[in-house]
Design a protein around this ligand. Structure first.
Ligand code: GLV
Length: 330
């Protein structure tokens, strides 16, 4: 039997599975993360941790958690966990890939269409009773999507799923950045690998799909945004700090780029002051990429499964520090 801490609300199904496996579960059924001090105290006797992307599992938490064997993050991104420090301490870490890929790509594409056709602005316009005449060239003219160029910054699982929607659904030409060439995707979608400056220069829509790392933090500054076409849109469904939000606001105000759609923010849940007041050609959503009921439940089930397997001394299917799992199973 292991002591398991579930840091925030994940619904009863996942918690029940942990209990049914015979573990002692402390379920903090709250929708706010703990403070760093609270988390450090809560992990003292814990063997297994189920946490969300808003829980910062840093060295202070890891040092406090002397018994910790495994962390199951209920998210595909894991920049909230100090993976290197966990690995040094022999703690397994898992995430929830695959189950959210298509859902998140749907959302990225929804945002792309919403910004291109100015759907939120149109909705506000209608509700304000401003539609009093049909015009050939209305104030809310949008952009074509079909046949345009889609630049994917980071052709991983989600980036590929966004690319597929663009190429197969909307006849888009796909450019991508990645650490290596993705031959299968190139063949399937007629996609071409490009450097970031090439991609920015040529794309009509730029979708950010890289993880947050020291290398990608502030990858998009005013300098980067200036390399985009003035008719192009930026879509970020990855992590907020990849875009320097003050610079994006400047770029939108100065019309350096045409528009932006953001699902994630630099200091979530806050937005840089000014963004909330900027309505023109800016779409914002509260980190909803994977937020369908089915997918969120699959993410919980995936995290729970990983934790149960890891605590049973086997290799969790989505382990991130495979070296530890392999060592333990040698
Ligand atoms: C959501 O942002 C996730 O990483 O799963």
């Amino acid at each position: 039997m292991a002591n398991i801490l579930v840091t925030q609300h994940i619904g009863d199904e996942g918690v029940q599975k942990l209990c049914e496996a015979g573990h002692a579960v402390t379920y903090r059924d709250e929708t706010e993360p703990m403070t760093p001090d609270e988390l450090q105290t809560a992990v003292l006797d814990v063997d297994g941790l189920v946490c969300l992307l808003t829980d910062r599992v840093d060295t202070a938490v890891l040092n406090a958690a002397a018994n910790l064997k495994m962390i199951a993050n209920v998210a595909v991104g894991y920049d909230n966990i100090d993976l290197a420090a966990a690995t040094e301490r022999g703690i397994l870490v898992s995430n929830t890939p695959d189950v959210l890929t298509e859902t998140t790509a749907d959302h990225a594409f929804a945002l792309l269409l919403a910004i291109a056709r100015r759907i939120p602005e149109a909705d506000t316009f209608m509700r304000a009773g401003k539609y009093d005449k049909f015009e050939m060239f209305p104030p809310l003219l949008g952009l074509d999507v079909y046949g345009k160029t889609l630049g994917i910054v980071g052709l991983g699982r989600i980036g590929t799923a966004v690319a597929r929607r663009g190429a197969l659904g909307f006849g888009m030409k796909v450019l991508y950045t990645a650490n290596s060439r993705k031959m299968a995707v190139e063949q399937e979608l007629n996609a071409a690998r490009a450097t970031l400056p090439e991609l920015l220069r040529q794309s009509d829509f730029v979708s950010i799909n890289v993880p947050l790392t020291p290398e990608t933090r502030h990858l998009f500054t005013l300098e980067t945004l200036r390399q985009m076409k003035p008719t192009a849109c930026l879509i970020n469904t990855a992590r907020g700090p990849i875009v320097k939000e003050d610079d994006l606001l400047t770029a939108l105000r100065e019309k350096t780029i045409w528009g932006a759609a953001l699902d994630v923010f630099e200091a979530e849940p806050q937005m840089t002051s000014g963004l909330a007041q900027h309505h023109e050609r800016l779409v914002v959503a509260p980190h909803l990429g994977s937020a369908t009921g089915d997918t969120r439940q699959k993410m919980v089930n995936t995290a729970v499964k990983n934790l149960l397997v890891g605590l049973a001394g086997q290799k969790p299917p989505d382990v991130l520090n495979t070296e530890i799992a392999d060592q333990a199973n040698e």
